[in-house]
Write a protein that binds this ligand. Structure first.
Ligand SMILES: *Cc1c(COP(=O)(O)O)cnc(C)c1O
Length: 371
């Protein structure tokens, strides 16, 4: 029966505690470093806070439900989750494919740390992922890509990886599990930054890995125990609390992004717009096959850096901020961080404000015509 529930229903159910008369409906955080030890040789219970925590388990079960995974592991940030996966599955001698047009710090980690350990790192853009996968042992794909919002055909990529015996890891940060479920498309693992839309309030960093292969998940849990990139109990509780409302928030964010993308598409000051939900976007056909919602991000190119600064300066609703997925709408000019994009390229993250307010604010803040 629960398989037929919608995302909001599943999100709300996923964060409730067991119904005990007199007990709290919302589970409280358990900030424990150490637990009373059971008798010797019973290691099924919580013992030490780097190994396990009841609040993590609650969060992990909610995330696994949303991703359609058998299990999930919470980490201290998206990068903590991604780097744990990469150092665990990419062995010396392996070829690892990472996105050339995806999250930049993943490329930096692959080159600065994994290459030193004998991993061959290959960068591929979204459109080249399947070709690159044909020679790989591990493939990390990101779809839609951050910041360009290009889309990878995940099912096709998964089939290519399977034929080659390569492991496919998909970064599901921009889509969120409410937008797509990479495991159902054939991915071996999902990684994501929960800092973005899942937590959604610009106030906590977190990450996770979700999967359905017990041996791989056990290796990752072992890496988390030994390396210690753990999430604090209060942070886990904040993310859990946020998941209860992620269905509502994400629905509004997607609606706002679709409306803003449509408005920008015909605005004279805009050079180009990418949003996988626009019917004439180059990614729309693949996106429609694998995504249930197209996300809260819009990629836009204005004339130059100054045009982006002016947009933020004149708007009463947009905040200049890196990161995305929060309740406030925000703008990030990605060339500032070294992404391979034009100076006037901005990633817009639409928040949960009223759609009409955002449309009129952004329209009024844009220059009247191209400069
Ligand atoms: C932000 C982001 C990350 C890193 O997550 P943190 O929580 O900042 O460590 C990884 N991948 C993508 C696509 C991101 O947007």
């Amino acid at each position: 029966m629960s398989g037929t529930y919608g995302d909001s229903t599943r999100s709300v159910k996923a964060v409730g505690s067991e119904p005990v008369p007199g007990g709290p409906i919302a589970p409280p955080p358990v900030p424990a470093a150490a637990y009373h030890l059971p008798p010797d040789e019973d290691d099924s219970l919580d013992s030490y806070g780097r190994r396990s925590n009841p609040t993590w388990r609650q969060l992990e079960s909610a995330i696994a439900t949303l991703e359609g995974a058998s299990s999930a592991l919470a980490f201290g940030s998206g990068m903590a989750a991604i780097t744990s996966v990469l150092r665990t599955v990419a062995q010396p001698g392996h070829t690892l494919v990472v996105p050339a047009d995806g999250y930049y710090q993943v490329r930096a980690y692959a080159h600065e740390f994994l290459e030193q350990r004998g991993v061959t790192v290959v960068q591929a853009r979204c459109a080249e992922m399947c070709d690159a996968a044909a020679g790989a042992d591990v493939v990390l794909a990101e779809s839609p890509s951050n910041p360009g919002l290009d889309v990878v055909d995940l099912h096709h990529l998964a089939m290519t990886c399977r034929a080659r015996g390569a492991m496919l890891v998909v970064d599901n940060t921009t889509a969120t599990p409410l937008g797509q479920q990479p495991l159902s498309l054939g991915a071996d693992l999902v990684v994501a930054s929960a800092t973005k839309a899942l937590a959604g309030h610009h106030d906590v960093l977190a990450g996770y890995v979700a999967g359905s292969q017990p041996e791989v998940m056990a290796l990752l849990e072992r890496d988390r125990l030994l390396a210690g990139p753990i999430l604090g109990a209060f942070e886990a509780w904040l993310v859990l609390r946020s998941i209860g409302s992620v269905g509502l928030r994400f629905e509004r964010q997607c609606q706002n992004a679709a409306a803003v993308a449509l408005m920008l598409r015909s605005h004279p000051a805009v050079r180009s717009v990418r949003y996988p939900g626009l019917p004439d976007d180059p990614s729309h056909a693949i996106a429609s096959m694998q995504m249930r919602r197209f996300g809260g991000l819009v990629a836009v190119e204005l004339a130059d850096a100054q045009a982006v600064h002016d947009l933020v300066g004149r708007s009463a609703l947009l905040v200049a901020s890196t990161s995305f997925g929060g309740i406030h709408s925000s703008v990030d000019r990605r060339a500032r961080w070294g992404d391979p994009v034009a100076d006037g390229f901005a990633r817009l993250s639409l928040g949960i404000e009223d759609t009409d307010d955002l449309l009129s604010d952004i329209e009024a803040a844009l220059p009247r015509a191209g400069r």
